[in-house]
Design a protein around this ligand. Structure first.
Ligand code: N01
Length: 544
């Protein structure tokens, strides 16, 4: 190949160095990454996805711990872009297990021939904006490079697992695993003394499942959670047909609801009806599966205030009813945070686990973990001897996965420095000084698939606009970004999600600045905002 007269010297050296160039580089091949790939291809862009995993699935690849499953309805979680796919795929359970969801994502990858544009076992070590070429250059672990005009970080909200920096952590002689990164071949827990640290959504699912087989289980709980019965079940043939016939309606409801789930709030206030009517509704919804208990309930159950506390007390009493020992029951009853201010796990027999003779609940707020020893876990009060320690200790959510990519924008500015006091974005998805970077993982709200399809469609539309108008780059103005950050902080201050110490606000990671990591807005409001920006000629952006 000879040099083209129009080729820049940087482009020539890049070609000679064997650096492949694409219109778009996608990082991750989970739910959002697969759709990014599909959509960009469909729009005629050259695209490659890079993933450090050996297969597709993202969250559903890495979280193979026992008990891992959806707690939003399977059929509300699948892709909506292909009717054929919707009609072909049979969800087996109302709330799909991790293996089935991973199978689904593999099926999608095969059906749309996505694998040919995914490079697996390829961890992205850094991403740097190349000013002269208006593109991003990524460097992989093996030192190889690739360039893309656009960089789409489909790395998910929970890709950076967090293990507390316990003293002596490496001294433990038994087996350890975080819930994320659970070995594909499993861990043989039968007959073993197992300790689980953490009782968030992952811990709750894992504990319930492994309590069936371990010899002894010690649960180290720092904060009790509000958990509600999932009430999962198999989908029979008749229901399967109904679901397939109802997809337009399911997606219509998801499109209109705040978190893109298939449940609509009762517009009445809990406090406007009689106590009897209120309780009747609480009980009726409690008997229903999934998130209906709060997302179809009186709307103010999910707003700080009297109704929220009224419902919290209802849930506390439900927990008390299920645990035989009143002392243990009180340990499991949350009293230090509002209902819904932390992510609400759904469970299938979690509380009954604590009625088993071989299960011990240890309050590590009262007596904190002091160190990990060769034999197990040492708290202020005792040493617990274990064969296996499971860290169900969560994630450096949303920004952790981004910062781990070592992203450097214009003038050598790193995203890590820029986000030191909390995310600084415009609409969650773009950041000043980081042209053509789409941080889609930071812009999702609620049900991830429902949120990511329109988000990626907007990215594709934006890229199409640049292509059609011969523009090379797009980035928000500092003014638009400042206004957005102010909006997130001010409008986020009073919503439930900012009222507790959780990953929602980065409070689960020591030293991480406290800031709402997602938009405070509903999914429809976010879509409307993006549509308005586009309709106004990319208002708030500099397009060059
Ligand atoms: O993580 P978490 P997760 N000493 O941060 C404890 C999604 N998800 O992996 O609450 C002792 O919620 C910590 O205690 P505290 C979902 O969005 C979805 O469970 O900070 N304990 C907490 O109990 C979810 O919200 C599904 O006091 C320590 C736990 O570890 C998100 O992923 C399933 C500690 C961490 O809980 C994250 O959930 C699973 C320490 N030093 C996950 N440090 C679905 O159903 C932390 N902890 C779809």
């Amino acid at each position: 190949m000879t040099d083209s007269p129009n080729e820049t010297s940087a482009a020539i050296s890049e070609r000679e160095a064997g650096i492949e160039k694409f219109d778009a580089i996608v990082i991750g091949s989970g739910v959002t990454g697969l759709y990014s790939l599909y959509r960009m291809r469909q729009l005629g862009f050259s695209v490659r996805a890079f993933d450090d995993a050996s297969g597709v699935g993202g969250t559903w690849y890495w979280n193979r711990y026992p008990g891992c499953r959806f707690d939003s309805e399977s059929y509300s979680y699948g892709y909506s872009f292909s009717d054929e796919l919707l009609q072909e795929w049979d969800w087996k359970e109302h709330y799909s297990s991790q293996p089935e969801t991973e199978r689904y994502l593999n099926y999608v990858a095969d059906k749309f021939d996505l694998r040919r544009d995914i490079q697996f076992n390829s961890r992205v070590m850094s991403a740097t904006f190349i000013e002269a070429e208006s593109c991003w250059e990524i460097v992989l672990q093996d030192g190889s490079k690739a360039r893309g005009q656009y960089l789409i970080t489909s790395v998910g909200s929970f890709s950076a697992g967090y293990v507390p920096d316990f003293e002596g952590i490496d001294s433990f002689k038994g087996i350890t695993s975080h819930t994320r990164g659970w070995p594909a071949e499993g861990i043989d827990l039968a007959g073993k003394r197992v300790g689980v640290i953490g009782t968030g959504a992952s811990g709750v699912q894992l504990i319930t499942e492994i309590a069936k087989e371990v010899a002894h289980l010690t649960v180290f709980q720092r904060t009790a959670n509000y958990c509600a019965p999932l009430r999962n079940g198999l989908i029979d043939d008749e229901t399967q047909k109904q679901i397939k016939a109802s997809y337009p309606e399911i997606f219509r409801i998801c499109k209109e609801t705040p978190g893109s789930f298939m449940h609509e709030f009762d517009k009445r206030s809990a406090m406007d009806v009689s106590p009897e009517e209120r309780l009747e509704q609480y009980e009726r919804l409690w008997a229903e599966p999934g998130f209906k208990k709060w997302l179809s309930n009186f709307h103010d159950v999910m707003v700080p205030g009297e109704a929220n506390e009224d419902y919290a007390e209802f849930v506390r009493n439900k927990i008390r009813e299920r645990v035989h020992d009143p002392v243990i029951a009180e340990m499991l009853v949350p009293k230090d945070h509002m209902f819904g201010s932390k992510r609400l796990p759904c469970e299938s027999g979690y509380y009954e686990v604590y009625n088993q003779d071989n299960v011990l609940l240890v309050d590590v707020r009262e007596a904190p973990i002091e160190r990990i020893t060769p034999k197990g876990v040492k708290t202020r009060d005792a040493e617990y001897e274990l064969d296996v320690i499971v860290y169900a200790t969560g994630f450096d959510a949303i920004t952790g996965g981004l910062i781990n990519l070592n992203i450097t924008g214009q003038n050598g500015q790193t995203l890590k420095d820029k986000f030191a006091a909390g995310p600084r974005t415009y609409m969650g998805i773009t950041s000043a000084g980081f042209p053509n970077l789409f941080t889609v993982n930071a812009a999702s709200v609620g049900n991830f698939v429902r949120a990511s399809e329109p988000l990626i469609d907007w990215v594709g539309e934006t890229m199409g606009y640049l292509r059609d108008n011969d523009f090379k780059r797009i980035a928000p103005t500092i003014k638009a970004e400042d206004a957005w950050v102010k909006h997130v902080n001010e409008d986020g201050a009073n919503i439930l999600r900012t009222q507790a110490n959780s990953w929602f606000v980065g409070a689960n990671i020591p030293g991480k600045a406290r800031a709402l990591l997602t938009a405070p807005d509903t999914a429809p409001a976010m879509r409307a905002k993006r549509a308005e920006v586009t309709a106004n000629g990319y208002e708030g952006f500099i397009v060059e």
